[in-house]
Design a protein around this ligand. Sequence first.
Ligand SMILES: Cc1cc2nc3c(=O)[nH]c(=O)nc-3n(C[C@H](O)[C@H](O)[C@H](O)COP(=O)(O)OP(=O)(O)OC[C@H]3O[C@@H](n4cnc5c(N)ncnc54)[C@H](O)[C@@H]3O)c2cc1C
Length: 399
Amino acid sequence: MSGSGMTASTYDVIVIGAGAAGLMCAATAGSRGRRVLLLDHARRPARKILASGGGRCNFTHLDSGPEHFLSANPRFCLSALRRYPPLAFLDLVERYGIRYEEREPGRLFCRESSRPILDMLLAECRAVGAELRAGTPVRGIHAQEAGFAVATATETLHAESLVVATGGLALPRAGASGFGYAVARQFGLAVRPTRPALVPLTLPPALAEPLGALAGISVPVRIRCGDAAFEEDLLLTHGSLSGPAALQASSYWREAVPVSVDWLPGVAVPDELAELRARRPKAGLQRYLSGYLPRRLARQLCRLGGWSGPLQGYSNAELDAVAAGLQDWRLTPAGTAGYAKAEVTAGGVDTRGLSSQTMAAREVPGLFFVGEVVDVTGHLGGHNLQWAWSSGVAAGRAA
Ligand SMILES: Cc1cc2nc3c(=O)[nH]c(=O)nc-3n(C[C@H](O)[C@H](O)[C@H](O)COP(=O)(O)OP(=O)(O)OC[C@H]3O[C@@H](n4cnc5c(N)ncnc54)[C@H](O)[C@@H]3O)c2cc1C
């Protein structure tokens, strides 16, 4: 039954947060005939969709699966991803005639801008009568005998189901808040410690000057943090390591833990150095490195490694040590650039308190958590938005 005999301020479903997951959830619940209200404190909700993918929304990854997510339970995302897979979202994108491109295998981006993705979601909500109230902060939530009372500055709204889709703490200037975690705690759900993820790693003081001087240089590397390894581009900036390689590693980084950079991924460095020493004994390491890396970076790495003089002066053991220094170059970041620069928040609402099929709180009938607020964090590449779509649909089918 959908809302019969209810007053104007009573809904079947209230979704708090009109971002990626909230809009998807509202459209899905509305398509089942549910009377849906979306509330967002921001005057312009869903700004992260617009900012995503450098303004061209990397809206999904065709191979999205548990191996691309961090969570205390990495398999938690599986059910929602199976029920609403990347191809389902792509089908929606194609129905709206949105032009897209595959930049790297599996990574789908909008051709022109992110805007059509947001417009599509808003149109889907409008088509099913889901009402959106932007610029409406929530003052408080109370459980009722059947459902929830949600207080705004001007009225109290009622709904049978309440979906929390307020995202994480990343990028506060786009409307991020810790509201969802507070709601979880209010209703007795555990929240796992949060930290900025997909975020630049700040350089330790000793490297800030020598590497900061190379700001703007971007090179393909293999980066490792703990057991996680990624082959992506590393961008040097003033004071930090950035670019996809550093962002990916940052999700796994913990204070005082070193990251390892292989500046020459896939290159048999010891063999090549030995061969070069035999062929051109007077050649130096900088010349060798300049064959692979920008000259300024090659020079700086040699300086930092203390590698000078012709190769003929290096013993085999010394050449092996140089190769190790280049391919397992360790640094311990001073920290991260924080939530202000992070793309996502790792940690969040503990998945043990939620159903993986519906995103419903196990112990609180009618309460749901979707998207980034949940302890499910994707790798770079479209996985985070796919999680927002899939978890939003999962809740929208049940709320
Ligand atoms: C710069 C940037 C680029 C990104 N690029 C990509 C990309 O290309 N591909 C990808 O997969 N992911 C990308 N991400 C991550 C992705 O945008 C997020 O994972 C995704 O938007 C999370 O969706 P969500 O709906 O859970 O939260 P959000 O999209 O953050 O939406 C939350 C909504 O809740 C509202 N809200 C917050 N607090 C309250 C409150 N107290 N009351 C009411 N409303 C509230 C906010 O205003 C917002 O509208 C990017 C993130 C950033 C910051």
